[in-house]
Design a protein around this ligand. Structure first.
Ligand code: IMP
Length: 170
């Protein structure tokens, strides 16, 4: 495993994303929806980089088994208790790979009638995307590699690494 994106580079990019969100949502009622488990580290840093009063909610979704290949399925494992109707919702994702999870989540959350629904993803692998979904705020674009750290796992491990590391696909 080698370091692909250092903790310093991540921190600098998260600060930029936070500033952009602060500017774009000024005066609005913002809810960050942190998609568990992968985006818990990113969402914690992003929330503190946003200079607005905001709500934070957690949504559990499972899209992968223990391997590194998408199962093609997503399901909600923990739902948001609060209504989203009338709120500006920013979905915080760790990574958009095939786009299956994100398109499922956008469909699910849009049925709850938020005032707006946008996406902030730390990482994107455009070469692997199968479903076209728009990412409104993006941290980094990646080549096709399986990455871990800063919340992302392989078989449940490595989420605690402070940087993003790259693993050989297994
Ligand atoms: P998608 O539905 O194929 O876009 O996959 C999205 C989910 O797959 C992410 O939220 C991650 O949990 C997981 N995933 C995709 N690529 C990686 C990776 O390189 N490392 C760790 N998890 C990944």
């Amino acid at each position: 495993m080698k370091t692909l994106i250092s903790a310093d580079r991540i921190a600098a990019r998260v600060a930029e994303l936070g500033a952009a969100v602060t500017r774009d949502y000024a005066g609005k009622e913002l809810v960050l929806v942190c998609v568990l488990k992968g985006s818990f580290v990113f969402a914690a840093d992003l929330a503190r980089a946003i200079g607005l009063p905001l709500r934070i909610e957690f949504l559990g979704v499972q899209s992968y088994g223990d391997g590194t290949v998408s199962s093609g399925e997503a399901r909600i494992t923990l739902d948001i208790a609060h209504p989203l109707a009338g709120w500006h919702v920013l979905l915080v994702e760790d990574i958009v790979d095939t786009g299956l999870t994100l398109s499922f989540l956008l469909e699910t959350l849009s049925s709850r009638h938020p005032a707006s629904l946008k996406v902030c993803s730390l990482l994107h692998k455009p070469a692997r995307q199968r479903i076209p979904v728009a990412i409104d705020y993006l941290g980094f674009t990646l080549q096709d590699a399986f990455v871990v750290g800063y919340g992302l796992d392989h078989a449940g491990l490595h989420r605690n690494l402070p940087h993003i590391g790259v693993m050989d696909r297994q």
